[in-house]
Write a protein that binds this ligand. Sequence first.
Ligand code: FE
Length: 218
Amino acid sequence: MDTKAFYKMSYGLYIVSTSHNGKDYGCIVNTLAQITSTPAQISVAINKENYTSKMIDKNGYITATSLSIDAPMELIGTFGFKSGKDINKFDGLSFVRDQNGIAYVTQHTNAVFNLKVSRTIDVGTHKIYIADVLDAKPLNDDESLTYAYYQTVKKGKTPPKASSYNASSAPDVKESNTESKVRYICKICGYIYTGDPLPEDFICPICGHPASDFERIN
Ligand code: FE
């Protein structure tokens, strides 16, 4: 199989969130799609190991926002590479709560969908949630961020738990060996630190992983 064929598929990027016991959870997916319009139904696949998936199982409601093209890597890093087990991902962000009490980010997002899970399908590493759309509204006229734009323009990486992850989308340390300055790359998210040495207590500003997850690239 030539996995490059999968790169021809087009996706958006979404934050899906839920809440449980007064805490907020959310993650980024590229696997959200409309299934039917009458009634309006949406499907979304989420890795079972993901905390957001476990909390959706408990709550039964999901709020999804579509990311805008101006979404910064820090926002994507927070929801895409960190775990809600360790941090409150909404800390310091602009967010509101919907009618189900679920928080959703209002900055760098352009539409919101309030969803009620009707069915769950186990597909191995992931669960597919089929949901009824209770409400939906555009937040502004900003252009949507596509997965292709994220990868090619923003140089974003794919977290290992994403549906579309494969070894060839992991950080490629050979691609950036042209400058004379010493650089270190985060093996988790691809963030590059320029300078030598990399401080021992350095924390990746995108994914939050420590200096031990960096390797020198030149
Ligand atoms: Fe990182």
